[in-house]
Design a protein around this ligand. Structure first.
Ligand SMILES: *Cc1c(COP(=O)(O)O)cnc(C)c1O
Length: 422
């Protein structure tokens, strides 16, 4: 038994940890350093990171270009309030995001976390209809398997089980929950559901191409085109939550590009700062912005988080976009995608494996069942990798810059762990 650092034991009595039954959970691993695609633990062990810290660190940890930009900004101006004041990092970032996004997604509201950007998108959609004098559009259509955050309003548009809709019944707004269609009949059923509720719906909220935290479930671009069509037919807004898929993860800069559609509002976060600082954005198209453009002060969007447009975070995001501008990420994601397919493909033949799927830099091995999730998670540590299955879904979302060797270590560990279970 190696000596653990004293701060770990002391802090454990006080830190309330995420998604955690504090009584029964194993202690968290103490990380003291990161570099590239590695986590260094207090006892000196080094783990190959398969997750890039919830998909944020797309360029790898401690990227020197991002670090230099943050350091420079820290010395000049770490943060100022955004009410009545403005600064170069936020202005440059908004200009660059508007240019990068398709269509007239031109109006950028910067916040600090993904959940908050989804809340802002929902508020924009509700008030869009109110400002235009359309009454009664107070609900959202969302999907089983979806994940949009942990705050109370975003929970209402998450998967009903994961979002704890029954536990919190009576507290949260009941939204209309549909299934993402896998065939033509299911698509007709979804359209019928939307038609039945169109008069009370403000918007459709969906993660394009991949439902991430809900189980890494993929759907075809056709479905997004169908949703765009139904939304237009019935005067609903379409909100795409690209917090997971944005910035290259699915092989294109944004997942929406693969469907060739433009949502009315898109949310971004996660890889926006390359995994260094918290920042998010809700970005609206011109017609949404114009519904708030008025001589009436009451028609304004009433939102303004204390740390919105944080200057350090905006500097990090601008530096991350510099790295994307080199275009190298396209080749990297294609290389990682091929490595995931080659490395995880053999799992298809293993007993207890329901599905293996790869899209961009996302690799998934779905198991039939997992009886002991803690033991499964522990098995990956034995192989020197950081992989943390979501229920029965084992997934890899590594940094785009991961070496072929580290990627092979990750996929080899998945094969080894999955095969002994069979
Ligand atoms: C992570 C995530 C969120 C929530 O972002 P936070 O920064 O954790 O609040 C929302 N939507 C999607 C698709 C996500 O992956």
């Amino acid at each position: 038994m190696t000596q653990q650092p004293d701060w770990l034991e002391q802090g454990r009595a006080h830190l309330w940890r995420p998604y955690c039954q504090m009584k029964t959970a194993k202690p968290a691993l103490p990380v003291v350093r990161t570099h590239g695609t590695r986590l260094v633990l207090a006892d000196g062990r080094e783990l190959v990171d398969g997750l890039a810290s919830w998909w944020t660190a797309c360029h790898g940890y401690n990227h020197p270009h991002i670090a230099a930009a943050v350091r420079k900004q820290l010395e000049t101006m770490p943060h100022v309030m955004f009410g009545g004041l403005s600064h170069e990092p936020a202005n440059r970032l908004a200009t660059r995001l508007a240019k990068l996004l398709p269509g007239d997604l031109d109006h950028v509201f910067l916040a600090e976390s993904g959940s908050v950007s989804v809340e802002i998108a929902m508020k924009m959609a509700l008030q869009f209809h109110i400002n235009r004098g359309v009454k009664g559009k107070t609900r959202f259509l969302a999907f089983r398997g979806g994940y949009h955050g942990d705050t109370l309003a975003t929970m209402t548009v998450c998967d009903p089980d994961e979002g704890m809709h029954s536990l919190f019944a009576g507290v949260m707004t009941e939204q209309v929950i549909g299934d993402l269609p896998r065939d033509v009949a299911a698509e007709a059923a979804l359209v019928a559901l939307i038609e039945a509720h169109a008069h009370e719906l403000a918007a459709i909220v969906v993660e394009p191409l991949v439902q991430g935290a809900g189980g890494m479930l993929f759907h075809a671009p056709d479905i997004l085109r169908a949703l765009r069509r139904v939304a237009d037919d019935h005067g609903l807004l379409l909100i795409l939550d690209e917090i997971f898929t944005g910035f290259g993860r699915t092989g294109t800069m944004f997942a929406m590009e693969q469907a060739g559609i433009v949502p009315d509002i898109v949310t971004l976060s996660k890889a926006l700062t390359g995994g260094t600082l918290p920042l998010s954005a809700a970005i609206a198209r011109r017609h949404v912005f114009e519904a708030f453009w008025s001589d009436d002060a009451g028609a304004a969007l009433m939102h303004g988080p204390t740390y919105m447009a944080h200057a350090l975070a905006c500097a990090a995001a601008n530096a991350s976009l510099d790295l994307f501008e080199t275009g190298q990420w396209r080749a990297d994601v294609a290389r990682v995608s091929a490595g995931l397919e080659a490395g995880l493909g053999p799992c298809r033949a293993m007993p207890g494996v329901v599905d293996v799927r790869v899209l961009g830099a996302i690799g998934v091995v779905e198991l039939e069942r997992v009886d002991d999730l803690e033991a499964l998670r522990g098995a990956f540590l034995e192989h020197g990798v950081w992989v943390r299955p979501l229920g029965r879904v084992v997934y890899l979302t590594p940094a785009f810059t991961i070496t072929d060797e580290d990627l092979a270590t990750l996929t080899g560990a998945v094969r080894a762990v999955v095969s002994v279970r069979g």
